[in-house]
Ligand binder design. Structure first.
Ligand code: FRU
Length: 735
């Protein structure tokens, strides 16, 4: 019995071992020779090293006694080693790797003559670490491994040991993982995990490498896809190199080619009449300029994900300020950096020499430092050529040195650039957009300084009594009146060199809501129109990256017209919607008429079929009350509450219970604005799925706020501490 038991035990052990398929060693460099590897050059010596070589720091992390070490003869020696051919019989190849991190110090897997993987040490180190190649798909194929050191100088060597085929992965990541494609479709589609970490990717085609792309390649699940446009490489080979790939990542194997790219354009919070990027991330509006019937809107754009990064200039045009046409990306990152905010002008007199009426973009190149660059278009903004002597303005002593807004100054017959320079705005002058001289600096000791100054704009407006005044916009983040980002302004005079602010109760804010930032105005709007037109980014850096939208992020405000008005106390920059916004009503109107609020009044249903895009218009006459409020609400009780405290001249907009708020600790808030006590408030409230823009008395007081209700608010509830007349209540469906 006893022996029988022993035999069956041994048998079952054999079976067990058979099932877990034993590791197969390709090389452990223990035999004292290179065991059939073909060794060239002198870097690897004539036999495996047994640790550090003369002059080398201590080598650690290898197994047993021997390893391949190309420090033979120091860093300058070069050479390579090629393994005997073997058959791939397991899912993975594990190996220990260390040494330099150069293009020419690498280990390569060649399968049937094709290079499959090239790996480099994650960091420069004499301690070897486990790396893994996933070779599942190549089982049964013949392969060879090459270890290469063609690098001279510091860290010009490589360390390799313990190359073993296994069904288990030893490493948690693979480095410089490469995927190659013979391009026969328009796009490479990349699966993205919305909140995953960024992979650093470089695309190479025809020997030319792209700027680094930071993409959240799916690791555990795919939330959406982003396309890399490879149409121009059709018929050629394109290689993506991923700096580090986690071995467990699911996304890499899913990357493939396609002629189409689908995404959910109708996602729940996609606005219906506000500008949004088709997909990907948007922040500041840039390069707004009018030309030949088109209002151009460029914008800070990430085409590779719905969070900030990879800044390009996206592009769209509108003929009527209502409907937008999306155009291809206009300006992409280059060796000077990514493309940050800036402006565009029409060079009517060919001052820059790029051509008469060239559309010229002036933007920040965000590289090691921030510098200003220019690019021109001779085909109405469809394609741009970067100036070959960029940058045109730099000052490495200032870290935050960005967002050039350029205008033509008639009096001095030159271009004037307003540039954000940390906590001031610096003005520069130029005759040709290429050479700039400093004119003056504004901002010390005035206005809000709670954060970095960004996105300036300088332009003239006319006062209600007909005087010309200059207005300077300065966006600031953080430091806004209700936290995070907001746009402050100054009113004063500009003589072509210096801006002098009038004495006003600064800081003054263009919009007291939390979601209107980095807005600037269109240049070159025809005199026949004569308006100063504005658009802002409808978000706040406090939470912009986390708002609960997947396929795209951020909308802009509606286009607004800037006007100087007196709010009863002082001059303000009013910013009502452009008149074209009334055309969105398309004749639809729920005319509710006049109502009397006695303590409380409810309009049950604003619209019969409320899709969340509408406008409420009314005139509130609070003759005998100290406070009143109105509240947009839905069946779930979610609400956006506008509270007018006349006694304390304070307007509060409470969005704490507006719907989804827990995506950020900073979102749920009561947003406060100073209110001037008046007999009558003309209200326009523009709602579009996830945004509300409140305009009081033709934009004299404005508050723009996002909210994410689970269903549209379709009920309006008034409350007052007495009797309130609300006149001419109209609800328009907007589209
Ligand atoms: C403002 C800003 C700018 C910068 C851009 C980068 O929101 O920080 O100052 O140019 O965003 O995307």
């Amino acid at each position: 019995m006893k022996t029988l038991f022993k035999i069956s035990l041994i048998l079952s052990l054999f079976i067990l071992i058979g099932c877990t398929s034993k590791d197969m060693t390709i090389a452990d460099f223990e035999s004292g020779t290179f065991d059939g590897w073909t060794v060239e050059g002198d870097a690897f010596g004539t036999a495996p090293a047994t640790g550090s070589l003369p002059g080398q720091q201590e080598v650690k992390g290898f197994e047993g006694k021997g390893l391949a070490n190309s420090y033979n003869g120091g860093d300058d020696s070069r050479g390579s080693m090629i393994s005997p051919e073997f058959t791939i019989e397991r899912n993975y190849i594990n190996f220990l790797l260390g040494g330099g991190r150069h293009a020419d110090t690498y280990i390569e897997l060649v399968v049937e003559g094709n290079s499959l993987y090239i790996s480099r040490s994650v960091v420069e180190s004499e301690t070897l670490q486990w790396m893994t190649w996933d070779v599942k798909a190549y089982k049964g194929k013949k392969a060879q491994i090459r270890i290469v050191d063609n690098q001279r100088g510091g860290w010009g060597h490589i360390l390799v040991d313990q190359i073993v085929m296994s069904d288990e992965e030893k490493s948690t990541f693979m480095v410089d993982h490469q995927l190659s494609f013979d391009v026969d479709h328009k796009y490479l589609l990349i699966p993205v995990e919305a909140d995953g970490p960024e992979s650093v990717i470089v695309m190479e085609a025809n020997g030319v490498k792209s700027a680094k792309m930071y993409i959240r390649v799916a690791q555990t699940k795919t939330d959406y896809w982003v396309p890399i446009d490879v149409e121009k490489y059709k018929g050629q080979k394109v290689t993506l190199t991923f700096e580090h790939v986690k071995k467990t990542d699911t996304g890499f194997s899913q990357i493939g080619q396609s002629d189409s790219f689908e995404f959910d354009y109708n996602e729940k919070y996609r606005p219906s009449y506000h500008f949004t990027p088709q997909y990907g991330w948007m922040n500041d509006p840039n390069g707004m300029v009018y030309l030949d019937g088109e209002y151009h809107l460029f914008y800070q754009y990430n085409p590779y994900g719905s969070k900030w990064g990879n800044m390009h200039w996206g592009h769209a045009v509108t003929k009527d300020l209502k409907k937008w046409e999306h155009l291809p990306v206009a300006i992409a990152p280059d060796s000077l950096g990514t493309i940050f905010s800036g402006s565009a002008i029409i060079d009517k007199n060919n001052t820059a020499g790029f051509g008469k009426d060239a559309l010229i973009a002036i933007y920040t190149s965000a590289g090691q430092t921030q510098t200003q660059s220019i690019a021109y278009s001779l085909d109405k903004g469809r394609t741009f050529t970067k100036y070959d002597h960029n940058p045109v303005l730099s000052d490495p002593s200032i870290a935050d040195f960005r967002d050039p807004k350029v205008m033509w100054h008639d009096g001095t017959q030159r271009w004037v650039m307003s540039l954000a320079t940390s906590q001031t705005i610096t003005f520069y002058g130029s005759k040709n957009l290429k050479e700039w001289e400093k004119l003056s600096e504004f901002g010390e000791g005035i206005g809000d300084h709670g954060g970095v100054w960004e996105c300036p704009d300088l332009f003239a407006l006319t006062t209600p009594d007909g005087r010309t005044k200059w207005v300077l916009f300065v966006s600031i983040n953080p430091g806004g009146p209700n936290g995070g980002s907001a746009t402050q302004y100054f009113i004063g005079d500009f003589d072509g060199k210096t801006f002098k602010a009038d004495a006003l109760p600064y800081p003054l804010w263009l919009d007291y809501g939390r979601d209107n930032y980095a807005g600037v105005t269109w240049s070159n709007v025809p005199q026949s129109d004569g308006r100063r037109l504005f658009i802002g980014w409808m978000n706040n850096w406090d939470y912009a990256n986390n708002v609960p939208i997947l396929n795209f992020k951020s909308a802009n405000t509606v286009p607004r017209e800037l006007k100087l008005m007196n709010n009863g106390k002082h001059l303000v920059v009013a910013n009502p919607p452009v008149k074209e916004m009334q055309e969105l009503r398309n004749g639809s109107n729920n005319a509710i008429g006049d109502i009397k609020v006695n303590k409380s009044y409810t309009i049950d249903k604003l619209l019969a079929d409320n899709m969340g895009a509408y406008e409420v218009e009314m005139i509130i006459k609070p003759s005998s009350v100290n406070s009143f409020s109105f509240k947009l609400t839905n069946a779930k009780g979610e609400n956006l509450h506008f509270i007018f405290d006349l006694a304390n001249e304070k307007l509060s907009i409470d969005r704490r219970n507006s719907g989804l708020t827990d995506f950020s600790n900073n979102f749920a808030s009561i947003n406060i604005a100073p209110l001037v006590k008046k007999d009558s408030y003309k209200i326009r409230l523009l709602v579009d799925k996830a945004s509300s823009e409140l305009f009081i008395n033709d934009g004299e007081l404005v508050s723009t706020n996002l909210m994410f209700p689970s269903e549209p608010y379709n009920t309006l509830v008034f409350d007052a501490d007495g009797e309130l007349n609300v006149e001419k209540v109209n609800v328009y469906k907007l589209k």
